[in-house]
Structures are given as structure tokens and as C-alpha cells.
Write a protein of this length. Structure first.
Lengths: 344, 344
């Protein structure tokens, strides 16, 4: 992949993050609370069922970006909260995300996640179905600790939307006629809703800040869409070593993402057929990954998608104008930049 | 199977149900509310996702005994409740039960349930994993309608226990050295907890009846254990036509149930090996179903298990002595008899 126009981070060629800021500095604001979240995650993966103990430890050691917990904790700080409650919810959204990934990896027959064997690969599908169920239910049980019904409502709504998004995606798997509209409906449900819930749940912590719900929901939703578009781009631009999973894996799984959706109406029937081949074969048999990458390069749709991702990032930042300036607001303003710059 | 000592209903040879009572009369007490529950179930299976619509209709038409809703509604009546709230929870426990069955059928590779193709057989494992997730989350969302946190807590606790029970069962699948203690720990989690939750949740409906929680929980748990023992017996005694699934299917799936667990310490190594063959082959290749049935008959362990099921039924009934006599108490007293007599 070296020499590929996107082998530098997605956004870095357009604009550097604001001077003097780094992921480290942004996360420092909620560093103690992120560490506390990690403790809560580990502690709630303990069980008298041997498999939960083993798989729980494996998952806790697998890392992850903890993006949803960090956003939730920053939003809580933005609203002036400082309690155990936001730490609980930070762990809860990470658990819900984890449960979803676990089930998605079964469905996608994925063998690798974050450079390690997936749970399904290691323990088989049956135990993995149950582990996802258990972690999701555990998340709900944890969230109940603070007697805040509205939070549970938001979490169940987000989970319903995520499950529906995954179903819609699965029903259209391998279809070359997926529309851009359908694509956005899928990523909105699959990704953006949970980001939106993570960012707006702090408004429900008492003393409640109902006035912050709309801007924080908009922020989360736009950032979630941005995150997903970057995810789609990375499948074209990152190397396997960076991503922990094979490149062009979406297409090989039968999933058309935005760079190809924008490309298809513009190419010749013969070129279109190359994409169709991969969707049918679920492998590069009748074409090569390089041929698909060259096609995408020739039409420049990666740059278009990057442009759209940047527009979502701007939309997210703009939603924050509602709040007075603060360290938390600055951190949330910088977050989209890191999403655009992420390599994995 | 004709001529088999258990080809008559499990309990009918010992004792007839109290004169003048029938399932019909028992259910009549809560007939309107069961009908309302059915409406709620159907209405909440509607969705803008085509697959949920299709599979939801299929599930709603598949029937089911609605035992947990009926128990919940009878317990609510026992406590003097008469509101929409118990109807919601009746639908919720049936949804949780359904979600669990859907995931269990994936795990057990089951093709048939209630005489019809399973969801996994019809729509494949991937969509079925998601349907189970969706129905469970929907159940939680429905339960939230009455702002009763303690109910949600009970439901999540029961779901965690059910998932753990299924994991424990799966981890010991095919093991001939499963202990009777492990067996009871599994069925307690897999079956009895949700019965217990269904029977005791009405204590949390306002005006709350905390004093009823212990007897109703005991009732539900004993009845759940009774139900599961009868389920295990039916796998030996019912015909495929009655049960909607093949006979001795538990053993063929690698699951040792109580009739065999009691038998194994008493038989010769050679006889023990016959059971081992089926656990290994997951089929009747090196022995026949009839050979296993004859072995069980010769040691009389079906009658022992039936005796234990009856003891649980008695325990359930005794827990009701806490409550003053009423039509609902009479109905709950008779319920164990129907559990003992059920043929499918």
C-alpha cells in the first residue's frame, strides 16, 4: 500500500489539528475518569461462570479506543458533572458497543479484531452469542445502579437502532444496487445513534440539563457519521498491520461502502462487473484488490468521502457553539479532528 | 412408543387434577388479559425493518403455551391488581423467553420448534442472532413504559441467570461426568429464575406488595424446576408428533438430563458406554434410541424424576398457603398439576 495517496492519515493533508493539542492533552481532562471506567469494565466482567471469566479477561486485554466512554465523560464535564454516575454510564456504553461487536463478528464471520483472534474464532459461535447477550444485559444491570430511568430508555433505544441497522445491512449484503440513502440509513442506526446517546446521556444526570440534549445529540450523531465514513475509508487506505484486519474486507464481506457507492454510477458496465465479482465471490478471484483500488483512485471518490467526513466533523463542532467556552468544549471541538486522523 | 409406561401423561397415573377444574377454567380468570397480552406481543413485533415484520409475524403465529404470562397475570390477580401494567409485563416475560429460545435454537442447531421450522433454519443464523437481540431489547423498552425500575432490575437479573445457565450447559455439553448438582444449577438458572421473576414481578406493581415476594418467588422457582423436569421426561416419553421435535433430542444434542444422570452410576461400564456413544456421535449410530429407553426403563429413573417433579409441584403449592384463599390462589394451586400433565 505504500505510495497510495491515502497512506498518510485521512485528514492530515488538508489541515493539521489546532496547534498545541494532542490526544494526550484532550484525554488528560478525563484521564482519571477513563481509568476509573477501565476498572469498572474489568470488575463487571468477573463471574462464577468460567467462560465469562476467561473471555472477559481476553476482551479487557484487547484494548479498544474507548471513544464512546471518552466522549460521554467529556460531555459530562462540559455540563459540570463530577460523580460516579458518568463513570458507570461510560462503562455501560463501552459494554453495549462491545456486545454489538461480538455479535457482528459472528455475523461477518470475522477472525480478527484489533489484531487479535475474535471471540467467535477462539471460542466458537455458540458461546459467543451468549457472551454478547450476557455483556449487553450486564450493561443494562450496571446502568440501573443510579435509578435513572430515562438513561435506560436512551440506551435501549440506541440498541434497538443498532440492531436494526445491522439487520438492514445484512439484508442488503452482496447487493450492488444499494442506494446512498440506504447506506446512510444503515450507518446512522449502526454507529451514529450510540455516539449520540453517549454524548447526550450526561444531560440526564441530575441536576439534569435538558437544554443541552439537542446540541449534544447533534454533536454525537454528526461525529458518529464522520467516524463511520473514516472507517469506510480506512478499509481502502490502511494497511492490514495498522487496522488489525485485512484491507478491503468490507467489500470481501459483501458490503458496499460509500467510496464504491459513489463510484458505481460513473464507471463502465465492465468496471462495475469487477465490483460485482467480489460481491459474488466474497473473494478476489476474478479481479484483484489493486484493480478495485485503482478504479477508486481514478474516480477520486475517496477524496469525496473524505470531504463528506470533514463536513460531518464541522457540523459536530458547530453544534458545540451552544455551550460557553470551557476546557471540555475545546476538547470536544478537537475530537472530530482525531476521528478524521485516526489510522485504526 | 406405544405401550411405553410413560405414553400416558406424566402425572395422570398418580393423581387426577382436582375435580371440576380444567386448563380452560384456570385460564378463564385471566382470559381477557391473556388476549390483551397477545395483542401487545403482536403490536410490538411491527417494524419498518422488513425482516422483523416477517419473522415477527411468523413467531406470533407459532403459538406457544404462554405459561409465563399466564402465571404473571394470575399472580397479579392474587395481589388484587387490575391494570395495563401487568399486561405489559406479561408480554415482556414472553418476549424475553422468546428471545432466549431463538438464541438457544441457534446454539443447539435446532431445526424444529413447536412443529415448525425454527427461525435459524428459515432465515439463517446471522439474522436470527440479531432478531434475538432485538426482541430482548424491545422487551426492556416495553417494560420501561411504567417507570418501575425494580421490575427492570428483576428482569435483567433473570436474563443474566438464564444466559449463564445456557453457557454452563454448553460448556458441559457431551460430558458424561456432569453431576446432579451441576444439572440443578443449570436448570435453576435456565428455567426457574424466569418463572420466579414472572410470578413475583406483580409484587412490584404499585401499590406494592413486598410481603408477597418471597412466597411468590418460591412458588415460581419450584414450578420452574418442576416444568424443566417434566420437559426432560417428555424427551423420553412423548412422540415426535406431540412434542414437535425428535424424541431423545436432548441426548442427541449432547445434553445429559436427570433420568440419565440418575441412571449412570447404577449401570455396567458397557451400558454406560452406550450413552457415551450417543454423546460422542450426536446420533444413534453405535446404539439405538430403543436400547437407551430400555435401559432407562429397567432402572426406573423416569419414575424417580417424576417423583421429584411432583415434590417441586407440592413445594410450589405450599408456598401459596401464605395467601388467603381466592380464585387466583386456587388457579395457581392447580397450575403445577397442568405442568405435570402437559404433553408438549
Amino acid at each position: 500500500m505504500s505510495g497510495h495517496p491515502f497512506s498518510t492519515p485521512v485528514a492530515s493533508r488538508l489541515e493539521e489539528p489546532p496547534a498545541g493539542t494532542s490526544v494526550h492533552q484532550v484525554l488528560e481532562l478525563v484521564g482519571d475518569k477513563l481509568a476509573a471506567t477501565e476498572q469498572v469494565l474489568r470488575c463487571h466482567l468477573e463471574s462464577d461462570v468460567p467462560f465469562i471469566e476467561d473471555a472477559g479477561r481476553y476482551l479487557a486485554d484487547s484494548g479498544g479506543k474507548r471513544m464512546r466512554p471518552a466522549l460521554l465523560l467529556l460531555a459530562a464535564r462540559l455540563l459540570g458533572h463530577d460523580s460516579e454516575e458518568e463513570v458507570t454510564y461510560a462503562a455501560v456504553v463501552e459494554f453495549i458497543h462491545t456486545a454489538t461487536l461480538i455479535h457482528d463478528d459472528i455475523i461477518d464471520h470475522s477472525d480478527l479484531r484489533r489484531g487479535r483472534e475474535t471471540v467467535n474464532r477462539r471460542w466458537g459461535n455458540s458461546l459467543t452469542v451468549l457472551l454478547g447477550d450476557w455483556i449487553y444485559t450486564k450493561a443494562m444491570r450496571m446502568a440501573l445502579a443510579h435509578d435513572n430511568l430515562e438513561v435506560i430508555r436512551q440506551l435501549t433505544n440506541a440498541t434497538l437502532r443498532m440492531t436494526e441497522g445491522e439487520m438492514l445491512s445484512l439484508e442488503r449484503l452482496g447487493s450492488i444496487d444499494l442506494s446512498v440513502e440506504e447506506y446512510f440509513s444503515i450507518i446512522d442506526r449502526k454507529t451514529a445513534y450510540l455516539f449520540s446517546a453517549a454524548c447526550s446521556i450526561p444531560c440526564l444526570i441530575r441536576p439534569a440539563h435538558p437544554e443541552g440534549a439537542i446540541p449534544l445529540r447533534s454533536y454525537g450523531r454528526a461525529l458518529g457519521n464522520c467516524f463511520q465514513l473514516v472507517d469506510d475509508l480506512l478499509d481502502f487506505t490502511a494497511s492490514q498491520g495498522e487496522l488489525g484486519k485485512p484491507v478491503l474486507s468490507d467489500l470481501k464481506e459483501g458490503k458496499l461502502t460509500l467510496p464504491l457507492l459513489l463510484l458505481l454510477p460513473r464507471v463502465t458496465p465492465k468496471q462495475r462487473q469487477l465490483v460485482q465479482f467480489v460481491l459474488e465471490d466474497r473473494a478476489f478471484e476474478r479481479t484483484t484488490a489493486q484493480e478495485i483500488l485503482d478504479l477508486v483512485d481514478s474516480e477520486g471518490t475517496l477524496a469525496e468521502v473524505e470531504h463528506m467526513a470533514r463536513a460531518f466533523a464541522d457540523e459536530a463542532r458547530e453544534a458545540l457553539a451552544f455551550f460557553p467556552p470551557s476546557d471540555a468544549r475545546s476538547a470536544l471541538e478537537i475530537a472530530p479532528e482525531f476521528v478524521l486522523n485516526r489510522r485504526s
